[in-house]
Design a protein around this ligand. Structure first.
Ligand code: F6P
Length: 550
């Protein structure tokens, strides 16, 4: 039985340090050090991380780095890049980094260099996109495609959709891309409602080619296609697939030439850099898609080689651990101050929560410490009029990542400066707060009597000392977006290594899938359900009762 990380010398020193400094106010840290911003900022791959608005001092950082060293994080990182089977429960390598490996170095899995496969797939993607975008590949009526429907869920949906939205200013085609994910008749109906089967191309995105939602949606789209003018012999022109399960895709009726490979050494939530990025590549073109890959590659090299104290993903990972494991904080907010990046929280939810939402270590020990946080968030400044109240005055705080491109794709007089002022002032308010005397003085200045001011001041007090990171970059380009997403992939990987959990499997989702199949059978059965607990039986029978009335 391995020793818990909570017994490590560096962890115990962190605990002692926490007991001493936990209540130090960031206001005082900034007052004591006018260069705090300069000393607690780092830049890599075009991304600058301002981590000065955190409840840390030099000693905190030094002890956190010692913890990372004691956890041998750098050999752990190198093992990932070297293709070691670090996904122990599935005995798989973890090599999404190979998909953007421009180093020229080979990457071997089971003794075979996979880079020729990666390069060949990227070339096939380029040919496919070229033919579709230049109307060489046409529909059954010999018309160019006007719409692409990407059918996939989880990592086969969130990553490409986020990147597509984030890079909308770089769309350079008339082809419209739609993302179909949920097993909800309303979703597929809303997507197909305005489409023409003659000019619609479907891409079935599924690593396993066995995900219930994706298969049902793919069958639904195929049925729609055949019911509205398409014919079986046309499927080859209108359906493509990205999968590691070629046999099942062929069984579905997709021509092998239209099937792009995925590999078991690329996890779903890390797969947008693979052919799963095909819908994105169709909308921004392969040059821009390669720029995205290059941005991620630059962040990979930084993660792999930068010293711990200058390593953006590792610093973000360690500061996160400081709050989760010492302050007992269990959530983390992602606040992109950019309309095109509004989908980032949803992607990072899967990336982080499906990776580190674990309670057992890779070697089977129950964690006696917290692990992955609840990731949430939304676009600023909208959130200021929704959940920032809790961030400022709630009984518990959530560390925030503010994210801002310094320039906008759509300059309109002072709009961007106003957005930036909101972003910067929110983290400033969270840090400095407003104490009782300041609140009371404000009320007195408004003309309230001392008694009234005394009475109302408590509601106006803002504790402050609420931490945040600010990530900024010159412009949201394919390269910086690639670097930004890779930054978070590596932060998640680093936290998993530090906690000793396997960030690359997801056994937790299997039970729900299994039970779902049984519930579905009972929902569709002719007699009422007694096979489950009373709640599930009650729910099934209520659904069946309503269904019988229709
Ligand atoms: O949520 C479970 C999961 O396996 C994710 O990890 C994955 O991204 C998603 O379902 C879709 O899986 P597939 O690409 O195999 O359809």
């Amino acid at each position: 039985m391995s020793t818990s990380i909570t017994q490590l010398k560096s962890w115990l020193q962190l605990q002692t340090h926490f007991d001493r400094v936990s209540e130090v106010h960031m206001r005082d840290l900034f007052t004591a050090n006018p260069n705090r911003f300069q000393e607690f900022s780092l830049t890599a791959a075009g991304i600058t991380l301002d981590f000065s608005k955190n409840r840390i001092c030099d000693d905190t950082l030094s002890l956190l780095i010692q913890f990372a060293q004691e956890r041998a994080i750098q050999p752990g990182i190198q093992a990932m890049f070297d293709g070691k089977p670090i996904n122990g429960s599935e005995n798989r390598s973890v090599l999404h980094t190979a998909l953007r490996n421009f180093s020229g170095r080979p990457v071997t899995v089971d003794g075979e260099d996979v880079m020729p496969l990666v390069r060949d797939t990227l070339k096939r993607m380029e040919d496919f996109c070229w033919k579709v975008r230049r109307h060489q590949w046409r529909g059954y009526g010999n018309k160019p495609f006007t719409d692409v429907v990407s059918i996939g869920i989880g990592g086969s949906f969130l990553g490409p959709k986020l990147a597509s939205s984030a890079l909308k200013p770089f769309w350079d085609t008339q082809i419209k891309c739609h993302y179909l994910a949920n097993i909800d008749g309303s979703h597929i109906t809303e997507i197909l409602r305005h489409l023409n089967p003659e000019t619609t191309l479907f891409i079935v995105q599924s690593k396993s080619f066995s995900t219930q939602e994706t298969l049902k949606n793919a069958l639904g789209c195929r049925e729609w296609f055949l019911q509205n003018g398409g014919a079986i012999e046309h499927l080859g022109k209108h359906f493509a697939a990205v999968t590691a399960n070629v046999e099942k895709a062929v069984e579905f009726g997709i021509e092998e030439d239209n099937i792009f490979p995925m590999w078991d050494w690329v996890g779903g939530r890390y797969s947008m850099w693979s052919a799963i990025g095909l819908p994105l590549a169709l909308t921004i073109g392969l040059d821009a898609f390669r720029d995205l890959l290059h941005g991620a590659y630059e962040m990979d090299e930084h993660f792999r080689t930068a010293p711990l104290e200058q390593n953006l993903p590792i610093i973000m990972a360690l500061i996160g651990i400081w709050y989760i494991n010492f302050y007992g904080i269990r959530s983390h907010a992602i606040l992109p101050y950019d309309h095109y990046l509004r989908g980032l929280p949803a992607h990072l939810q899967q990336l982080d929560m499906e990776s580190n939402g674990k309670s057992v270590t890779s070697d089977g020990q129950i964690c006696d410490y917290d692990t992955g946080p609840i990731i949430w968030g939304g676009a600023g400044s909208n959130g200021q009029h929704a959940y920032h109240q809790l961030l400022h005055q709630g009984t518990h705080f959530s560390p925030c990542d503010f994210i801002l491109p310094l320039t906008t794709h759509n300059p309109i007089d002072e709009f961007h400066a106003t957005l930036a002022s909101n972003c910067f002032s929110q983290s400033q308010a969270l840090m400095q707060g407003k104490n009782f005397d300041e609140a009371k003085a404000e009320l007195l200045a408004l003309g309230l009597t001392p008694e009234e001011a005394e009475r109302l001041a408590p509601q106006r007090v803002i504790p402050g000392n609420r931490p945040s990171n600010t990530l900024f970059f010159d412009r949201a380009t394919p390269k910086t977006i690639g670097a930004l997403i890779a930054l978070y992939e590596h932060k998640v990987c680093a936290q998993g290594l530090l906690w000793g959990v396997n960030s690359f499997d997801q056994w937790g989702v299997e039970l729900g899938k299994h039970l779902g199949n049984r519930v579905l059978e009972d929902l569709l059965a002719s007699q009422s359900s007694q096979a489950h607990d009373s709640s599930t039986n009650g729910l099934i029978n209520a659904f069946r009762a309503m269904k019988s009335k229709l």
